[in-house]
Design a protein around this ligand. Structure first.
Ligand code: GUE
Ligand code: MG
Length: 297
């Protein structure tokens, strides 16, 4: 069996098109242009690449992009002052503080300083709590993108056994919450789980978010399983160049899975599309306007 390839890039392009239409409608009928502020502290090269591509996509769909690049030694008080300024600025509908932050900054403190209604990453404790209790929340972009692709490829998810590998606050935990809200039977596994292959072998859906290259082996999978690979690992090749690989051994998995996301071109592009969709939703909510459908359970 050869798996269907879940084309996240194409899927994201469709979502971005509908975001762009929504933005254009807001402009024409309300004179409003949604705005997204992205804050990057420090000079991590990978983070700079992501921030640049977020800014480009934001402008492409017709929204305002505001970028703040702060030095690595920025004081916590300075960062909190910027967040407060963005919280109060009505032209800013979404605020994203790029993670990870430098060591001396308290990530939880900084994230929880963001106005929850502008927390388009869905990382604020208030949004995490709303999601965990099945209420309308800003949903973290990566798990939201994964859910959209799963709904498309599996249809109704109720009763399916999903194994989420990874327990981070930004992917594993919210992914498990979303799948529970879809009535999946959810197992949350992680790098310390014993007999992980046995759990994976029982899964109709596998979401791999452990951050270890090629960690999930093809032979662990149940035939026909749907595999979502959240990993983005840059590995050195023999010739000195680098290559992006996921957390799943794709070449082996594709002969056993029923459907699988590639890396790159799977979850990554959906993450950015969902970020922009969340920003439009945040803008609609603050103005009491109808918002794009399908962003939550
Ligand atoms: N507050 C915060 N929110 C985030 O959402 C956030 C963050 N911090 N810190 C870093 C991670 C990483 N992240 C990615 C988004 C898109 C791609 C993406 O589009 N990847 C392309 C390939 C990119 C490449 O070639 O390097 C793909 O998978 O096809 C990757 C990674 C968002 N993050
Ligand atoms: Mg972790």
């Amino acid at each position: 069996m050869t798996a269907r390839i879940i084309d996240g890039k194409a899927f994201a392009a469709v979502l971005l098109e509908s975001v762009a239409e929504h933005v254009s409608h807001l402009k024409q009928t309300q004179g409003i242009t949604p705005g997204l502020a992205v804050v990057l502290v420090g000079e991590d090269p990978a983070s700079q690449v992501y921030v640049r591509s977020k800014g480009q996509r934001t402008v492409e769909v017709g929204m305002h992009s505001y970028e703040y690049r702060l030095p690595a030694d920025t004081l916590e008080a300075e960062l909190l002052a910027l967040i407060e300024q963005l919280n109060l600025d009505p032209s800013v509908n979404g605020i994203l503080v790029q993670l990870p932050l430098p060591q001396h900054l308290d990530e939880a403190l900084v994230i929880n300083a963001i106005d929850p209604s502008k927390d388009v990453d869905g990382f604020h404790i208030s949004n995490a709590g709303l999601l965990a209790t099945g209420q309308r929340a800003m949903v973290p972009c990566t798990p939201l993108g994964c859910l959209m692709m799963l709904r498309e490829y599996c249809g109704n998810l109720a009763g399916l056994h999903a194994v989420v590998i990874g327990r981070s606050n930004i992917v594993g935990k919210p992914m498990a919450q979303l799948l529970l809200n879809e009535s999946c039977t959810v197992t949350v596994a992680h790098s310390r789980t014993r007999n992980l292959p046995d759990f994976v072998n029982g899964a109709d859906i596998v979401v791999a978010a452990v951050g270890r290259p090629l960690f999930v082996k093809g032979e662990w999978l149940k035939t026909g399983a749907t595999v979502i690979d959240v990993g983005i690992n840059r590995i050195e090749q023999g010739d000195g160049t680098t290559r992006l690989v996921g957390d799943v051994d794709y070449d082996a998995a594709k002969d056993i899975a029923g459907a699988i996301t590639p890396v790159p071109g799977g979850v990554g592009p959906m993450t950015i599309a969902c970020l922009l969709a969340n920003t439009v939703a945040a803008c609609c909510r603050v103005h009491f306007l109808p918002e794009p459908a399908g962003l939550t359970a």
